[in-house]
Design a protein. Sequence first.
Length: 158
Amino acid sequence: MPGHTLAPRSLVLAAALIALVPPAWAHGDVTPQVVDTTSLPTLGDNWKSENPFRGHKAAIAVGTSAYNQNCARCHGLEAVSGGIAPDLRLLDKDCVTLKVEKRKQACVAEMDQYFADSVRKGKVRNGAVYMPPFDGILNQEATWAIKAYLETRREKPL
């Protein structure tokens, strides 16, 4: 037809492919996964103020799997952030340089509490959800197992 132009075939194909691809969500549009913690000691209903699984081999194994299922999509594989969410290897970084052992332990305990609260309640700022709450999805054992795993990933050991 005179005066009528058709879009090049490649442009039509590209538009069709884009229409078929689901949207990518920055923080993952994935359902959080329940973690099997039956291999770990039960911790009860009252949340511990410090990580009872620090250095516990079975907990680190459970925590590795739990992290990969629930945290890696935002915080990065092996806890190395790709920039979407904080790099969790640095969670205790302020504690590393403390020289007085009592202060260092208090710092680690404070970071444990911060971690557990963050996992349970999530992170919301100005109405925007930066991290979903995992309370009711991850039990205490799973939460502390993830923290035990993250402690193996620190950039600098305590």
